[in-house]
Design a protein around this ligand. Structure first.
Ligand code: ATP
Ligand code: MG
Length: 356
């Protein structure tokens, strides 16, 4: 099973094969940026949608930037709840799943002021109609706890463009919901480069490409996108009993014959995919094995597969959790490095724009 599938500019399998080859032969020519909102614990969707790809890319030698976009929390709610705790827990999840903090730059958005200066020229490159058309923003508005849409909600894909472009990242491992935002980042990069080239004709920004994981849209226990904020997720760090209880409550269907049919039976197929990813098999093989066992047997299989796969990650997480000071130190060092890079990019932006 592939761990990376094509997206955006990488839609052509030949391009993707070229990219894979280029990453293997010259990892130093690439940079990864991605991140997660500090709104709650990371879940299985994060792991199979993005995290596993991050770890793989870092192990191949690609430089890794992980932003924790704390201002993005207040796009769909009035108050940022337990921000410090959620932020530390994200770092913990990163380290437990195999991100090497020595070689990664992990930082919060709010600790890098230059990001918010990049935002202003970037906002001028995107029309209000384009902001309104973004399907992921529309979906998030539909699930928002706010009565009215705030300005931050409408503009956050542009903030994200700044988060990606400040370090000139070309690879962004994300889930499917992020594809429209990557399109915004690519549009911003292209329009900026067209309007403000260097005098010698070279341009400031690369065009970042989305890298989808093996489960670009893992469903939650209610059949919708698994999300930290929608009460339908299975956290990476859940204990084995909690995992069993949550999976037991997962939506399925009444057909006892288990089959892999993502379009016709999305919930059953989602559970099959989850078991398959944990066991490094195909979903069809898992379905075949369960046969006429029905949803109960399927859920038992998935629970065992998930608990087995995440046992070492959870044990490592528990060890790392004992040293909260280390997590803060990782963020401090990451913020220091991100600021140096963001300041340099901002200086370049101001220069090509002709600012004094
Ligand atoms: P929230 O409900 O607070 O928005 P979330 O679960 O949607 O949380 P994000 O922090 O918004 O998580 O997303 C972080 C990254 O994880 C993004 O790259 C996103 O595409 C990816 N991701 C989130 N949910 C899933 C999912 N269910 N399947 C695959 N990838 C996902
Ligand atoms: Mg989200």
């Amino acid at each position: 099973m592939t761990t990376t599938t094509a997206a955006a500019d990488l839609a052509d399998p030949d391009d993707l094969a070229d990219l894979d080859a280029s990453i293997r032969t010259d990892p130093g020519a690439h940079r990864v940026l991605t991140g997660d909102r500090p709104t709650g614990p990371l879940h299985l969707g994060h792991y199979f949608g993005s995290l596993r790809n991050r770890v793989r890319l870092q192990r191949l030698g690609v430089e890794m930037f992980l932003v924790i976009p704390d201002y993005q929390v207040i796009t769909d709610r009035d108050l940022a709840d337990r921000l410090a705790e959620h932020t530390e827990n994200l770092v913990l999840d990163y380290l437990a799943t195999g991100i090497d903090a020595e070689r990664a730059t992990i930082f919060t958005h709010s600790s890098v002021p230059a990001l918010n200066q990049l935002l202003l020229p970037f906002l001028s490159l995107v029309s209000v109609a384009e902001l309104h058309r973004n399907p992921t923003v529309k979906d998030e508005i539909a699930h928002s706890s706010q009565a009215a849409v705030n300005g931050l909600m409408l503009t956050y894909p542009v903030h994200q463009a700044a988060d990606i472009l400040f370090c000139k990242a070309d690879l962004v491992p994300v889930g499917k919901d992020q594809l429209p935002h990557l399109e915004v980042a690519r549009t911003v990069a292209r329009r900026f480069n067209e309007r403000y080239p260097h005098p010698d004709g070279t341009t400031v920004f690369p065009r970042p490409g989305a890298l989808l994981g093996a489960a670009p849209l893992l469903l939650g226990t209610d059949g919708g996108k698994m999300s930290k904020s929608r009460g339908n997720s299975i956290p990476l760090a859940a204990d084995e009993d909690t995992t069993a209880r949550l999976l037991k409550g997962a939506k399925t269907d009444a057909d006892r014959r288990i089959s892999y049919d993502p379009a016709g039976r999305p919930e059953v197929s989602n559970l099959l995919l989850l078991a398959a990813l944990c066991q490094d098999r195909t979903p069809e093989e898992v379905a075949e094995e369960i046969g006429d066992g029905g949803a109960a047997a399927l859920k038992r299989t998935v629970t065992e597969a998930v608990n087995e796969y995440f046992r070492p990650i959870r044990a490592r997480r528990a060890e790392l959790a004992a040293d909260r000071g280390h997590l803060r130190e990782v963020l401090r060092a990451g913020s220091e490095r991100a600021n140096v890079i963001a300041d340099a990019t901002l200086a370049e932006v101001r220069e090509v724009m002709g600012s004094l």
